[in-house]
Every structure is written in structure tokens, then in C-alpha cells.
Write a protein that binds this ligand. Structure first.
Ligand SMILES: C[S@@+](CC[C@H](N)C(=O)[O-])C[C@H]1O[C@@H](n2cnc3c(N)ncnc32)[C@H](O)[C@@H]1O
Length: 407
């Protein structure tokens, strides 16, 4: 245990894994281990996968008539460059894997049951490629504009509602469910608030652990996030352009900062009533099978007088997924349910335009017309009787990776 504590910088993102109890404990442990190693395998298979993409593109090009090939003198050079960039990405991904195997303070995943390695699925590799793009959003200078539209309104609202001249912010607790690579939660902790990120996906957890606990120098690492995009490039060099990360030193939290990350399903991990002063959700509520269950959980875990700050669209993640519960409600219906729970909506903006892991040079770009709101659970017990956050028990459903917002 002492060794594991040392492996995670205590001031900068302690990682805990929640147990899940649906099958027998042994079966649960086996399923979780299998899932863990499947995601590790995807990180390890990445380079082969991109080399195969490149080889296929080369074969296609070489199948053209020589007269056509001669009109396109730089295509093979660009493909060779994509291959080099994939090797650079792979170095970062293997460093992430090396730091993931023992990352949880309270669980070990042992050895894989079946040590044979198989090619990863397209689904898993797509998740991994999205995770690479998430580094742009959360930890690069290139993602600053996107963070300004998504995270800044939430942070400003926290500072407005819990100003440091009226509150001892080190006693104000903020939960960020669906924390992704952790930048929003880190920024909140950086301002002195108690902040806990919660995340379900191992892709995100492995990568956030790496950036939060292993990166110490600004812009010390390079990724090529756009090499997997073969369409909608204006210039070939757009595909192979680099980003550096992290744009800030993640270790630069104040020594007194209280920042942690908890792995597991939000609704199953957070069951303790009246625990949080603030819940901040960004591009999260539509990850629910049943968004009402999220609202119910937020209502329950907020202290009386606590606030829920939300920004995001309603791109329901389980829509069109076979055998998955998915209730796709309009914002009108979601809002009506929020009010019926008893929340008082204090701020509401129905049109906040944002992007999500946007490739700003792509010929295809999505804009989300997000809703932003602040909803208060009535009462007056804010920040009273602050106690150490417990880590409540037991996710109960099978771990699942969800769909992507990005193009
Ligand atoms: C679209 S991403 C948003 C990430 C981050 N908030 C941001 O704005 O960049 C949604 C995140 O929620 C996570 N997630 C989905 N369902 C979850 C659940 N039930 N509990 C915790 N995290 C969950 C996903 O793994 C994913 O990282």
C-alpha cells in the first residue's frame, strides 16, 4: 500500500477504483481484469493499427496508373510522415501504459487470464484515437479556445457563487463527474477548492493519470492527434501537425490543494446524501442511460443550498445502441424534471456555442449549441460541518466505453 501511495503524487490526483458487485465477486473481478487488459492491449496495438492504415493507403495509391501517380509526387512522402508520427504517438501511449498497470491505490489487476494478444477492435481503437484528441482539448495550447468556451463559464460561475472573499474555498467541495482527462477538475483544485473528478473509462483514466502524475515540464511531450484523419484535409501537412502537452505544469497545484480522481460509474459511486457543495458537469449528462437517474443522484449528493452547474449538449450516448437502455429527452423535458425534483434554476443560457476536440483545420467541423445552467438545491447548509470525503461503495454494472463527441 505504501508503495502504491508513493506511485501517485498525493497532491495531484490520487486514483481509487471502486468495486462493482453484480455477479459473484470472483466473476466481477475476472470481468474487470479482462476489461482492463483489453484497454491496455488497445494502447499496445495502436502502432500496428496505424501502420496498417498507412500500408493500405500506399497500396491504393500504387494501384493507380503511373500517369496518375506522377501527378502526385508528395503522397508517399506524406504517408511515410504519417507513419513516423504514429511511432511518436506510440511512444507516448506506451509511457501511459507503463504508468497504468499499478495506478490504482486500492486494486491490482494481476496478469491477464489469456496472455495471447489479438488485434484490438475498431471500436477500441476509435476510443483510443479519441483519447489522443482529448489531449488537445485538455492539455494543449491548441485547445485553449475550446476550454475557454467549455470550462471557463463553469469556473467563473464557481468563483461567483463561492467567492474567496466570502468563503474559505479550501472547505468548498466540487465534484466533476465524467472528468475526461481532468483539466476542468484540475483548474478548480488549482483555485483552492476541494475537487474530485470521477471517470468511468479506462482510456481516460490511464491518460489522465499519466498527465496529472507523471508530466512535470510544460510542453515536454508531443502528439500528432490528426494523423488518423485521411479525409477533409486542406493540406497534407495539416494531417501531420503536432501539438505539445501539457501547456501547464500539472504538478503546480498549491501544496494545500485537495484533488483526487475516483474511477467508477457516477451513479453507483456517489450515494452519500448531502455531501457536495457543487457538482459541475461538462458534456456529461447525455452519457446517461437514463438522464433522470443522473439528476436524482445530483439532487441527492448535493448539500442543501448546493449548486449544480452544467454545460453541454444532449447527444445521448446510448441512442441506437442495441440492448442498451436509452431515454432521449429534449432539454425542455430534462429541465421540467430538474424543476420537479425541487431545483431552482438560477442561471440559464440556451445557446452556448462550443466545439469538442475540434480539428480547427478540418474541412468538416461540428459546433454544439449547448445549454448552460445553474440549478440550486434549496437549503442553507452550504460548507457547514465539512468532513473528509468518503469513497462510497460499489459500481454495479458492467464497465462500458461510450461514444464520441468529436468528428
Ligand atoms: C464527452 S466526455 C466529457 C469529458 C469532459 N467532461 C470534457 O468536457 O472534456 C464524457 C465523459 O464521461 C465519462 N462517463 C460516461 N459515463 C460515465 C459514468 N456513468 N460515470 C462516470 N463517467 C462517465 C466518459 O468516459 C467520458 O470521459
Amino acid at each position: 500500500m505504501a508503495e502504491k501511495t508513493e506511485k501517485c503524487s498525493p497532491e495531484n490526483g490520487r486514483y481509487y477504483q471502486k468495486e462493482r458487485l453484480k455477479h459473484s465477486p470472483d466473476e466481477e473481478a475476472r470481468l474487470e481484469r479482462e476489461h482492463f487488459w483489453r484497454i491496455i492491449d488497445a494502447y499496445r496495438y495502436y502502432r500496428i493499427h496505424v501502420q496498417e492504415m498507412v500500408k493500405r493507403a500506399e497500396r491504393q495509391f500504387l494501384s493507380l496508373p503511373k500517369s496518375h501517380q506522377s501527378l502526385l509526387p508528395s503522397v508517399l512522402t506524406n504517408l511515410a510522415r504519417v507513419s513516423e508520427c504514429a511511432s511518436c504517438n506510440d511512444e507516448v501511449l506506451q509511457a501511459i501504459v507503463d504508468n497504468s498497470i499499478h495506478m490504482f491505490e486500492n486494486i491490482e489487476y494481476g496478469e491477464r487470464d489469456d496472455p495471447r494478444r489479438r488485434p484490438s477492435t475498431t471500436f477500441d481503437l476509435d476510443k483510443l484515437k479519441s483519447t489522443i484528441k482529448q489531449f488537445v482539448r485538455d492539455w494543449s495550447e491548441a485547445g485553449r479556445a475550446e476550454r475557454d468556451t467549455c470550462y471557463r463559464p463553469i469556473i467563473q460561475e464557481i468563483q461567483r457563487l463561492f467567492p474567496s472573499d466570502k468563503y474559505d474555498v479550501s472547505t468548498v467541495s466540487v465534484l466533476v463527474p465524467g472528468a475526461g482527462l481532468g483539466r476542468l477538475a484540475w483548474e478548480i483544485a488549482h483555485l483552492g477548492y476541494i475537487c474530485q473528478g470521477n471517470e468511468w473509462s479506462f482510456y481516460m483514466l490511464f491518460s489522465s493519470n499519466f498527465v496529472l502524475n507523471r508530466c512535470e515540464k510544460v510542453n515536454c511531450l508531443t502528439l500528432y492527434p490528426w494523423i488518423h484523419q485521411f479525409s477533409n484535409n486542406k493540406k497534407s501537412s495539416d494531417q501531420t501537425r503536432a501539438i505539445q502537452f501539457p501547456d501547464v505544469n500539472p504538478q503546480s497545484l498549491p501544496p494545500t490543494a485537495d484533488f483526487s480522481m475516483v474511477a467508477g460509474d457516477f451513479v453507483e459511486v456517489y450515494t452519500e446524501t448531502d455531501s457536495w457543495d457543487c457538482v459541475a458537469t461538462c458534456f456529461f449528462i447525455d452519457t446517461a442511460h437514463n438522464v433522470i437517474e443522473y439528476i436524482e443522484t445530483i439532487w441527492k449528493i448535493l448539500k442543501p443550498g448546493g449548486v449544480w452547474i452544467n454545460l453541454g449538449p444532449l447527444l445521448y450516448h446510448f441512442e441506437n445502441m442495441a440492448n442498451e437502455l436509452s431515454v432521449e429527452l429534449s432539454y425542455e423535458d430534462v429541465k421540467a424534471a430538474i424543476v420537479k425534483f425541487g431545483f431552482q434554476i438560477e442561471v440559464e443560457k440556451e445557446s452556448v456555442q462550443t466545439t469538442y476536440t475540434e480539428n480547427e483545420r478540418s474541412m468538416l467541423r461540428y459546433v454544439y449549441d449547448c445549454v448552460f445552467f445553474v440549478a440550486r438545491k434549496p437549503g442553507d447548509k452550504l460548507c457547514n460541518g465539512f468532513k473528509e470525503q468518503g469513497f462510497p461503495p460499489a459500481a454495479k454494472t458492467a464497465r462500458r466505453e461510450d461514444i464520441n463527441y468529436s468528428t
